[in-house]
Design a protein around this ligand. Structure first.
Ligand code: BGC
Length: 743
């Protein structure tokens, strides 16, 4: 049984557009066709021929790493008026979580467990980016990440394929809308196909080894969800997947993506990845790399110049046919026509200022941040805080950092402009009630290589003496206060690309400072700003209130203060397990059982020096109210293969304030063709409840939820087997039922 592929995706072109593509292909020279397959850099830091000259000759189909509205129009004019066939350029940029209005990072958006939040965020990002002249974003990044050491975990939706698929589809809808010609949307790009998140040791770019079952059951579902949502483009990943570089992998790009899933858009390589096929030891030279990538199904060469430098020779010597080139160019031209780029190639240079000034953009960013934050601890109901506090210290290196608040992956040239936690807290309390000290700075041990692009802006590192003085000032400031809010975590450059780390501890002297402040015996609240789960073991035992705010974006500081002071009740849930140590990664809840399950008292841990359970489980998050999930009901306890079961449960707000609960459904198949995970998420719903209110949530469990790719059967199967089912508020849910699927 094969998992059904859906209709053609993205939406098929009209007959008129197909005829226009045919006409264009009929008149374009081979060089122009190859030009459409080239994405060139618009960045000043990249050496090479002037973009104008390349474009004038029809040598580029797309430009990236440029973020300048006026220059977009100038280059577009060259393409439209001076190049041989006048084909407009696609301007592409990484717009990952906002263009000017910055939304929470994708890992945080996933913590909302509310796909509408992600869709709205990306629709606003699209509207602003398009107003700036950008047509195409390199997002969403939908790599499943189960290893928190991997820096790019921040760009995705975490560890789970079900939640990840919902977030992938929502982001595609947000970026693209329902009509490719919508002038307020951009083309989306599902990346990085596929398996990048499983890099050996969590080390960015390192090889990945995943079985077909792991790929199809865990790593592929968000990509297939993106196709089903109509995503226009895909990006191939950098790394070797089972010893084949993903950008040269025919199985991924042709067999799975196009033939099985029905994708008809185009695939762009990751930056320089076609040329890198030589460095990675796959291709003999540039010509071999171009041939391998193109025949594997890769349409557009991002920035390596390998297609432009070699494809004509390959056609000349008969290694490739013009038809093979046309096949690669066709979806690029089709999408340009479907976007109506030929009709509207230019951007109104006065538009951006009006669009970014829209108050609903800041409002949406604030709401998204509020809904993304996860309350990890609240002993004794320390939170919410009173707004009558007269003497609060805000301490920590990230408390007033706009960069850390906005997070990683800003668009080129972005000027940080976030409301910091310090500012947000100050806005809630009377003038003069808040003192501040940053404490020692935190820095990477090895600087971020991308920092080389703006070396002039790099500050010298803090000296040891200055760090010591900053430590003492922070302790002294805390000593004067009645309550201390510590804002700690990671700088923006500590997560993202080339930002993997071996440890998951708070970097620098942060924990030492936290301990020093805690030792004074005052109430302490810890606000975490970070792009990956952190192993805050000591804080989890000792600091009474902990809010995981992630990297919350432009309105992050306001959203933190809204939660700390009770204007908003937190309802986010973790989209990842939080490991107790970096050495425990990869760690995820959906493991298979072993012959010595950890539930048995004898084998509680896989290590003798620490528990292997997560510090906080997947799906976990607290609220200022309490909930009861009860009355689990199944429409049938036994169904035939292919049939569905309806599962319902009641959720009641049993506390004193309005709040949100995310009701989660997990299953476990007890036996079958293969072993199945001890728990798998198969449904969730975030509901808002007044005190005393009850709602009934309903989930459907059908063949789509119950089938899986079986190693033993070498194909999709649905087994006749018995299942456990749990409904609850996190992946440790205990409300249980049994059901059975029979032949
Ligand atoms: C990253 C991609 C990104 C591309 C273009 C690469 O280094 O891996 O995610 O889209 O650069 O900026």
């Amino acid at each position: 049984m094969k998992k059904a592929s859906t209709a053609v995706s993205p939406p098929p072109p009209s007959p008129e557009i197909t005829a226009r593509v045919d006409a264009l292909l009929g008149k374009m020279s081979l060089a122009e066709k190859i030009g459409q397959l080239a994405q060139i850099s618009g960045a000043e830091f990249m050496p090479g021929p002037a973009a104008e000259d390349t474009i004038r000759q029809g040598g580029a189909g797309s430009v990236l790493w440029l973020n300048n509205t006026k220059r977009f129009n100038d280059l577009q004019k060259v393409a439209v008026e001076e190049s041989p066939s006048g084909i407009p350029l696609l301007f592409a940029l990484d717009v990952i979580h906002g263009y000017r209005t910055i939304f929470p990072v994708p890992l945080a958006l996933a913590s909302s467990w509310d796909p509408d939040v992600a869709e709205q965020a990306q629709s606003i990002a699209a509207k602003e980016a398009r107003a700036a002249g950008i047509h195409w974003t390199f997002g969403p990044m939908i790599d499943i990440a189960r290893d928190a050491r991997w820096g790019r975990i921040v760009e995705g939706a975490g560890e789970d394929p079900y939640l990840g698929s919902a977030m992938a589809a929502a982001q595609v809808r947000g970026f693209q809308g329902s009509n490719l010609a919508d002038p307020e949307r951009v083309l989306a790009c599902a990346k990085h196909f596929a398996g990048y998140g499983a890099a050996d040791g969590g080390r960015d770019y390192d090889p990945v080894f995943l079985s077909e079952a792991q790929l199809r059951n865990v790593y592929f579902p968000p990509f297939q969800a993106a196709v089903d949502a109509g995503v226009a483009t895909f990006m191939s990943a950098y790394m070797d997947l089972n010893n084949v570089p993903a950008s040269g992998c025919r199985w991924l790009m042709r067999d799975v993506l196009r033939e099985e899933w029905g994708f008809t858009g185009f695939v762009v390589s990751d930056a320089f990845a076609v040329g890198n096929l030589v460095i990675q030891g796959h291709a003999r030279d540039g010509q071999d790399a171009a041939r391998r990538a193109l025949t594997a199904g890769l349409n557009m060469d991002m920035a390596s110049g390998t297609y432009v430098g070699n494809l004509a020779d390959l056609v000349q010597d008969g290694s490739l046919s013009v038809d093979q080139i046309d096949e690669m160019v066709r979806p690029i031209l089709t999408l340009k026509l479907q976007m109506e780029l030929f009709e509207n190639p230019y951007v109104d240079e006065t538009l951006l200022d009006k669009v970014v000034a829209l108050p609903e953009h800041r409002q949406a960013a604030r709401q998204a941040a509020q809904r993304s934050m996860v309350l990890l601890r609240n002993e004794g109901g320390l939170l919410p805080l009173s707004k009558n506090l007269k003497n609060v210290a805000v301490i920590g290196p990230l408390a007033d950092s706009m960069e850390a608040t906005e997070g990683s992956w800003m668009v080129f040239g972005h000027q940080p402009a976030a409301v910091t936690v310090l500012q947000g807290v100050r806005a809630k309390l009377a003038d003069g009630a808040v003192s501040y000290a940053p404490g020692p700075e935190i820095n990477r041990d090895f600087p971020h290589p991308f920092g080389e692009f703006n070396l002039s802006e790099r500050k010298p590192l803090q000296s040891l003496e200055d760090a010591e003085a900053a430590f003492h000032t922070a302790v002294a400031t805390a000593k004067e206060a009645d309550l201390v809010i510590m804002v700690m975590g990671e700088n923006a450059d500590m997560a993202g690309e080339f930002a993997s780390r071996g440890s998951l501890d708070l970097p620098g002297r942060q924990e030492e400072l936290l301990k020093a402040v805690h030792a004074m015996g005052k109430p302490v609240v810890l606000v975490l700003l970070n792009g990956r789960p952190l192993s805050i073991n000591w804080a989890a035992e000792n600091i009474p209130a902990i809010l995981e705010a992630w990297e919350p974006g432009s309105e992050g500081g306001n959203a933190v203060a809204d939660i700390l002071f009770g204007d908003v009740n937190p309802g986010g849930k973790l989209p990842v397990c939080v490991p107790r140590s970096g050495s425990h990664a990869p760690l995820y809840y959906a493991r298979t059982l072993t012959h010595q399950p950890e539930s048995s008292p004898m084998y509680r841990s896989r290590y003798w020096d620490s528990p292997t359970t997560p510090l906080y489980p997947f799906g976990f998050g607290l609220s200022y109210t309490t909930f009861a999930i009860t009355k689990l009901r199944l429409s049938k306890a036994q169904v035939k293969l292919g049939q569905s079961i309806t599962v319902t449960a009641d959720v009641t707000n049993t506390g004193q304030v309005t709040g949100d609960e995310v009701v989660q459904l997990y299953i476990h198949q007890k036996w079958g063709s293969d072993s199945r995970p001890m728990r798998e998420l198969k449904g969730f719903e975030r509901v808002t409840l007044q005190p005393g209110e009850t709602k009934t949530v309903t989930f459907q469990l059908g063949p789509d939820e119950l089938r899986y790719w079986s190693t033993n059967a070498n194909g999709w199967v649905q087994d006749a087997a018995a299942f456990d089912l749990w409904v609850g508020a996190d992946s440790l849910a205990t409300l249980h039922a049994d059901f059975e699927v029979v032949d």
